[in-house]
Design a protein around this ligand. Sequence first.
Ligand code: FAD
Ligand code: NDP
Length: 313
Amino acid sequence: MKKVIIIGAGPAGHTAGIYAARANLKPLLYEGWMAGGVAPGGQLTTTGSVENFPGFPDGIGGSELMMMMRAQSINSGVEILTETIESVDLSKRPFIVRTADAEQQAEILIIATGAIAKRMRVPHEDDFWQKGISACAVCDGALPVFRNQPLIVIGGGDTAMEEAMHLSKFGSMVSIVHRRDELRASKAMQQRVLENPKIEVLWNTVLVDVKGDKALTHVILKDVKTGALRDHEAKGLFYAIGHNPNTEFLGGQIKTDGEGYIITQAGSTVTSVAGVFAAGDVQDKKFRQAITSAGSGCMAALEAEKYMIINPL
Ligand code: FAD
Ligand code: NDP
């Protein structure tokens, strides 16, 4: 039986691992194999340069940063298995985690399985992914390639509003493409967007394709009422159509919100199951940043250590 098992190998999982190992808890970390559709290392392995993670004044490649976190985990004493957890039994301590062909017991579980940004999967999307198309305006919006250029945000929720506001500081014009004639976002966020002279909303409109040469230059939009297609110049296209947290393998044994995000107590990583902690994007639909994920990974390990002292098995 392991003292601590960590599921997930993004910034949250590795930070939890480093702290747990340094507390002599000998953690076992499952990094998954293309779990949720991303490589071990998580969402940052799908991006080029990360320019807002402290300590790297010239930025650092997303995959490179995650390889460094992985190396630091191993150097700290974390045992890493490249396997995906398919199910868990949280009915009593020790908890059980199961891969396709094995199971393991743990006194404490830290869940750090992240979330995946939804993509529209229009025909030529893969050709321009990270060459103009992104699912994170806060991460990529300030890149020189988007400065004073026409930009598009897809979606009508709070994320789309926030991303449009953020991008309006950089682009020449930001067009929100929304499939209905009414926004889902909160009224306060809507108002800020609708009053911003650098943002327009293209109502009843959907994205059907993207075009470019080496990078994105245009999107093809469809008016859902008339069916008419048109070209629209865009050097940047930002998806803000929601995320899917990786929580299906939990089989409903931990309390989640309506969208499947694990509910943690305010200011902590404590979940509805005593002895199970959650860190990173799997429990955070507000900030969704590498640094906030790493911070909550640290919190999870510290809370796990304290819990084990008070509740020994
Ligand atoms: P993730 O990074 O999502 O990692 C979760 C890990 O868990 C993955 O390795 C996954 O495979 C694994 N996993 C899932 N299910 C299982 C399972 N059942 N068994 C085992 N393993 C499992 N943030 C920034 O701060 N700066 C940026 O520049 C930036 N750029 C981004 C660019 C893109 C394109 C995207 C999509 C995101 C970007 N972000 C950026 C956001 C950042 O990547 C996330 O906030 C952060 O990675 C979340 O970390 P995490 O540890 O919670 O989860
Ligand atoms: P939401 O699910 O709230 O909104 C997603 C938006 O994308 C909707 O407008 C939806 O359209 C649209 N959409 C979904 N799928 C497609 C598709 N295939 N094609 C075109 N459009 C699509 O997600 P958010 O990420 O915006 O927000 C998630 C949660 O996080 C919410 O509870 C939100 O309030 C919260 N949040 C809060 C913030 C804050 O308080 N500052 C900031 C960011 C998020 P439709 O409306 O037609 O369904």
